[in-house]
Design a protein around this ligand. Sequence first.
Ligand code: RTP
Ligand code: MG
Length: 147
Amino acid sequence: MERTFLMIKPDGVQRGLIGEIVKRFELKGFQLHACKLVRVKKEQAEKHYEELKDKPFFGELVQFITAGPVFAMVWAGDEVVSLSRSMMGKTKVLESQPGTIRGDYALHTGTNIIHGSDSPASAEREIANFFAPDEIVDYDKIIQRWM
Ligand code: RTP
Ligand code: MG
């Protein structure tokens, strides 16, 4: 089953949005396989965002993501990478549509509430950066899809 790494960023945790965000993914039908509240270390944040290391905002991004606890999660399900990205909304605040998490709750691009992996390969790399294998509970869905 496809997996993704989702992370409620420090702004989302401080604003009390953990329950609201978890609820959206549960109601969509995805399976939660792991979650924890964690303070991200600087090296861990740099590794997480390594593809952006040459961007002018990289330093501030790392500073922001390490500024307070985050809520890290592993979710599983069919097409979970792309479907969760559409539920999150676009990166830039002016492009994130109402009805999406960022569209509903984010006012600035830099503080946009949630991270989601952009491909299944990124997801596996990001999961390994945050979770030990024994922290992840893999299980089948009892009710199977029929179409
Ligand atoms: P994320 O990795 O956090 O889920 O966000 P994303 O895929 O939608 O966007 P990405 O390009 O990976 O950028 C990571 C985070 O950096 C900030 N950002 N600022 N000023 C800018 O143009 C800009 N572009 C990106 C955002 O906070 C974004 O979530
Ligand atoms: Mg990204």
